[in-house]
Design a protein around this ligand. Structure first.
Ligand SMILES: [Zn+2]
Length: 288
């Protein structure tokens, strides 16, 4: 199975849903950032959510950023996604390890602790839209469910799961967002509630060889998939963008760097790439 996202409607338009399978995307993030299993699970869940929430954007240029700031050892997580299935992310402390929870799961909630979830939608206007909500459990899916209820007033069910293999690689990963439209009937609501209550977990279902589409068909009636797109971990940094950022600092700042007499190294936190500029190259930036 290749990483992909589907979106569509169910119960004759009373429900809209997003579902993503993200094994390779999360494994890529793990390798880039050398993440511990707990951090892989935490960032993997947020990456999966970011992809689906990015797809809610209306325009090609809409960018969504999800940020979690907590008082746990992980400290913070940031994920940025576009509407076309590209996502990138970072973890402040990438090596956090904690004892497993009593149910054998990684303790993401304790790793993150209490704090704030921020959702920043940049729609190319002057001021981005920022929605914030207090973390409820730090388990991410639950926090996003509260976010949708509180900030966007949309009854939503969010499920996210990342399963780590014995060799610390990603065994499986995925998630879904199910949203209830205002005109949905009580029958539909109670039926979905009942099915969600008896739903095991995304990773358990994926482990049984099911696809995210199979899972949607189990939970919802009259599923109609309207869009299907590949998803991937992708960082859009480049030497051109980094050069632009340097120039935007202004000549005074650049001259100070030249006077320091050392090459300047800029680091991208999303893909861990380094960009180095020699004194000669810095001088050229001033001339340009
Ligand atoms: Zn980068």
């Amino acid at each position: 199975m290749k990483d992909e996202m589907i979106r569509g409607t169910a119960f004759g338009d009373q429900i809209r849903f997003f579902a993503a399978y993200t094994k390779d995307t999360v494994e890529e993030a793990r390798q880039i950032h050398d993440l511990s299993p707990l951090c892989t699970a935490a960032l993997g869940r947020l990456l999966t959510a970011g992809l689906m929430m990015g797809a809610m954007g209306k325009d090609e240029s809409d960018i969504i950023t999800l940020k979690i700031d907590g008082d746990g050892p992980v400290k913070s997580l940031t994920v940025t996604a576009d509407p076309n299935g590209n996502v990138k992310g970072m973890v402040y402390n990438n090596h956090v390890e904690l004892p497993l929870r009593d149910d054998g799961h990684l303790d993401v909630g304790r790793g993150i602790g209490s704090g704030m979830l921020s959702v920043i939608r940049d729609m190319g206007m002057k001021e981005p839209y920022v929605g914030q909500t207090l973390l409820h459990s730090g388990e991410i899916a639950e926090d996003l469910t509260y976010y949708f209820a509180e900030s966007e007033q949309i009854p939503t069910s969010v499920a996210l799961g990342v399963l780590i293999d014995r060799d610390r690689s990603v065994k499986t990963s995925g998630g879904f967002i199910i949203q209830v439209m205002p005109f949905a009937s009580d029958e539909t609501l109670s039926l979905i509630e009942k099915r969600l209550a008896s739903f095991s977990s995304v990773t358990q279902e994926l482990e049984q060889g099911k696809s995210m589409e199979d899972i949607m068909n189990e939970l919802l009636d009259d599923v109609s998939v309207e869009d299907r797109m590949p998803v991937r971990y992708y960082c859009n940094c480049s030497i051109e963008r980094v050069t632009k950022a340097l120039i935007s600092l202004g000549n005074k700042e650049l001259q100070a760097m030249i006077d320091d007499g050392e090459p300047v190294r800029l680091h991208c936190d999303f893909c861990e790439k380094d960009y180095e500029f020699t004194i000669e190259e810095l001088k050229k930036l001033i001339e340009s």
